[in-house]
Design a protein. Structure first.
Length: 330
């Protein structure tokens, strides 16, 4: 099953179908031939994505998950209505209710709960999960990372494929998904949270990006997305160098300093970050990482750096080692 030939398709609908077809064709095996799970909130982006997935892949291979966070009055009814719509479109759809709690605020907690529910909802171990993030979402993500000083990984934005997550619409503008839904006659739900200025991303969307577009004479969202793609390529290259260097300098549970100390700082810090996070260091801030880098590159020997997880980083006999913090006894 799939798209029918010989019928004129609205340009917005055609653009989204092309994006979905290209994203699915680029998936690695075994994801390429597995059934799909589309995450759908009922908004324009995810509805347009679901419709395109059904047109490209066919009804029998498309499942849809509607995550109800329970954060708004009437959310259960809205989720049920979205499932009814998706079922009528030909998807095997279901509601997944989650509890939103834990550290990091409502946005972070909701994201954790949503992604956990989507993983669990996959109809097959190799099923890709299609997410409706657009070029506009990518631009907002880059701005958030820039404002928080989160480093190049954050500025590199979202990946089109990060197993099991597939984002076919990262090159598509939000206005196109709205036009596609209009052309298809799909009723779009506007989440009130998407207009709530308490959320940072909402203010970026409605205040910051429009101002930048005005001041810089347009094209800002696309430019931010291009910047993300360029930084992602750079980060991938540096990560590959760091992976090779880590394998070379690893000495049991320690790192040999002779080769590590002479590496470029950007590569050396990536080696340290990967090694520390894999060695029971529970969290790692930029301050921790840069202090570890100074110890690795300059010393002094036996200098102890306290790290989260009750560990300290020590330089001795040409090696970096992690050991439990030795608390003074009374």
């Amino acid at each position: 099953m799939g798209e029918r030939a010989g019928r004129r398709v609205d340009p917005a609908v055609a653009e989204i179908r092309r994006a979905v077809r290209a994203a699915l064709a680029a998936l690695p095996s075994p994801y390429r031939d597995a059934p799909l799970l589309v995450a759908c909130s009922g908004g324009a982006d995810s509805l347009a994505l679901a419709a395109a997935a059904l047109a490209v892949r066919g009804t029998g291979a498309v499942h849809a998950a509607v995550v109800d966070h329970g954060l708004q009055e009437g959310s259960a009814g809205q989720a049920a209505a979205t499932v009814e719509l998706l079922t009528g479109m030909g998807a095997a759809a279901a509601v997944h209710r989650v509890e939103v709690d834990g550290p990091g605020g409502t946005e972070a907690a909701a994201r954790r709960a949503r992604y956990a529910a989507l993983r669990a909802a996959r109809p097959h171990p190799a099923a890709p999960v299609l997410l409706g993030h657009t070029l506009d979402d990518q631009a907002e993500t880059v701005l958030l990372g820039l404002g928080r000083g989160s480093g190049p990984r954050s500025l590199a934005g979202m990946r089109e494929w990060d197993a099991p997550w597939s984002r076919p619409l990262l090159g598509v503008r939000r206005a196109v998904t709205m036009a596609a839904c209009s052309a298809l006659g799909l009723p779009v739900w506007d989440d009130p949270h998407n207009a709530d200025p308490r959320f940072t991303r909402v203010r970026l969307r409605h205040e910051v990006l429009p101002l930048l577009e005005d001041v810089l004479a347009g094209g800002v969202a696309a430019a931010l997305a291009r910047t993300a793609a360029q930084l992602r390529e750079d980060c991938d290259a540096l990560d590959a160098l760091a992976t090779a260097l880590l394998a070379e300098v690893r000495d049991g549970d320690a790192l040999r300093l002779e080769e590590l100390a002479g590496a470029a700082p950007a590569v050396r810090r990536r080696v340290l970050r990967a090694w520390l996070l894999a060695s029971a260091v529970t969290t790692l801030t930029d301050v921790h990482l840069r202090a570890a880098d100074v110890l690795a590159a300059q010393g002094p020997d036996r200098g102890g750096l306290a790290l989260p997880g009750g560990l300290e980083l020590v330089r001795e006999r040409g090696r970096l080692v992690l050991r439990p913090v030795r608390w003074p006894t009374a």
